[in-house]
Design a protein around this ligand. Structure first.
Ligand code: NAD
Ligand code: UGA
Length: 465
């Protein structure tokens, strides 16, 4: 089957970059990215490419080249579904916030509404691809919704047919373009060989065939959840060891290096920090816990729940440590917050450890000055403000300049590993801060000796004081 037109439902962190790469490598295929959110679509269509809704290194150059040629962003969902030979469902799959499974199960309402739209507007034969991360067996639901319209005929007496595939995405934010161009593997699950080949042919334009792994639908859906669970588990594991290092005098980076040099273990994902953030690890593991309980596998559920518990514990122990170190109270003290994104090289703050840590510091009475090179004031306001007046009440302010952030601060807490934080002039900063001054480096990115030489006290994760 020759794919001429693709529609991607969901113009988010996955849909946007993934479709930009397909458009780049398949110039003869029309790639239409649709979304119900008109603001997001108009940001994707911004003339000034630095105003795209997502900051991702390398993305704006590709969008700049392909947009207006074979890459199109639109709110006209009906039109582009009906033109498509292949449709990616790339919508958000958040954790349910109420009802059965609240706090654990995935809310499939966006997947369901996308499937209903496809069912209504698709024409002829359409390959429907699950790109979103979904609970195992979701394809069954999608198929059931699509099948409901299979018997319908149009005015010309033509019917419609569907093939459903699972093709989870493994990109990480901040490195999305490189991850999409050089993935470790592409996973395609399904039972329709022709549909699998059609999708595999798209990827084969820039990815070696050997990296394309095909499985049944359920193995593909589950593999995505488990990949995220294993990655998150490594972070929780190393974070427990960071506390042990602080207590014993062992150095966390030496331990990570020594452990990771064993090829059976591997060197990646062994950086201790303020716990994993991002839109997916927490929701996907919560979902794994929910599914395990659903199948009566209570020990399995408990095991994975512990990965989440350790993540929360790491964040709360940092807050306690900050308060304890600063003579047991931070009330009316000024704390500079360096970094708000959940990791470097992204403007995404979803589930960022900074949200929890900042809220707790404010609760303890501190006044925060928050700086992040890519996260906007409006986003931090959304994340921190359950109640609209917090900025006005003087609980925190947004800082536009990194050095200004330290003015009159009693302490500085580094929460994101932005490269620019590694090159700070500590002599200059020491003159700006109130004494005694502290630095809390939750990512161990600073040169401890440089900070100490300037007269500032420093604590680093996995090292202590
Ligand atoms: P996102 O929130 O950034 O984007 C999803 C978009 O879908 C939103 O713009 C929303 O308006 C749109 N949408 C929702 N329902 C719609 C509908 N019925 N019709 C049209 N548009 C609709 O989410 P994301 O980060 O791109 O994640 C999407 C999926 O990919 C999730 O399942 C996530 O778990 C998975 N995933 C995310 C990442 C990541 O790094 N963010 C990586 C791999 C996989
Ligand atoms: C993660 C996975 O890495 C992707 O493979 C997956 O596709 C994606 O989730 C998803 O399904 O959404 P992402 O969340 O974008 O990608 O970023 P990561 O690099 O995995 O970082 C996640 C969190 O873990 C960040 O808060 C990061 O700071 C933290 N982390 C990461 C550590 O604390 N230590 C590490 O060694 C690595």
């Amino acid at each position: 089957m020759n794919i001429k037109s693709i529609c991607c439902i969901g113009a988010g962190y996955v849909g946007g970059p993934t479709m930009a790469i397909i458009a780049k490598y398949c110039p003869e295929i029309k790639v239409n990215v649709v979304d119900t959110n008109p603001e997001r679509i108009s940001q994707w269509n911004e003339r000034d490419l630095s105003n795209l809704p997502i900051y991702e290194p390398g993305l704006k150059e590709i969008v700049g080249k392909c947009r207006g040629k074979n890459l199109n962003f639109s709110t006209n969902i009906r039109k582009y579904i009906s033109e498509a030979d292949l449709i990616f469902i790339s919508v958000n799959t958040p954790t349910k916030t109420k009802g059965i499974g609240s706090g654990q199960a995935i809310d499939l309402k966006y997947v369901e509404s996308s499937s209903r739209e496809i069912s209504k507007y698709a024409k002829g034969h359409t390959i429907v691809v699950e790109k979103s991360t979904l609970p195992v067996k979701t394809a069954q639901t999608i198929k059931a919704i699509l099948d409901a319209s299979v018997k319908e005929k149009n005015d010309l007496g033509e019917g419609k047919t569907f093939s459903v595939l699972s093709n989870p995405e493994f990109l990480a934010e901040g490195t999305a373009i490189n991850d999409l161009e050089n993935p470790d593997r592409v996973l395609i699950g399904g039972d329709d060989k022709e549909a699998i080949n059609a999708l595999a042919n798209i990827y084969s334009r820039w990815i070696e065939k050997i990296k394309v792994l095909t499985t049944d639908l359920w193995s593909s859906e589950l593999s995505k959840l488990i990949s995220n669970a294993f990655l998150a588990q490594r972070i929780s594991s190393i974070n427990t060891i960071s506390a042990l290092c602080e207590s014993t005098g062992a150095k966390i980076k030496d331990v990570s290096l020594a452990v990771g040099m064993d090829q059976r273990i591997g060197k990646y994902f062994l950086n201790s920090g303020p716990g994993f953030g991002g839109s997916c690890f927490k929701k996907d593991i919560s979902n794994l816990v929910y599914i395990s309980n659903h199948y009566g596998l209570f020990e399995v559920a408990e095991y994975w729940q512990k990965v989440l518990d350790i993540n929360s514990w790491q964040q709360s122990r940092f807050v306690e440590l900050i308060v304890k170190t600063m003579f047991g109270t931070i009330a009316s003290k000024t704390i500079a917050i360096l970094g708000f994104a959940f990791k470097a090289n992204t403007n995404d703050t979803r589930e960022s450890p900074a949200i929890y840590i900042c809220k707790k510091l404010i609760e303890e009475g501190a006044f925060l000055k928050i700086y992040d090179p890519k996260v906007k004031y409006s986003q931090i306001k959304k994340d921190l403000l359950c109640d609209e007046q917090k900025v006005e009440r003087g609980e925190w302010i947004y800082s536009n300049s990194i050095y200004e952030t330290f003015n009159n601060a009693d302490a500085a807490v580094f929460l994101t590993e932005w490269e620019e934080f590694e090159l700070l002039n500590w002599e200059a900063i020491a003159t700006k801060m109130r004494k005694p001054s502290w630095v809390f480096d939750t990512r161990s990115i600073l040169n401890m000796e440089d900070v100490k030489k300037s007269g500032i006290n420093i604590w680093q994760v996995g090292y202590g004081n």
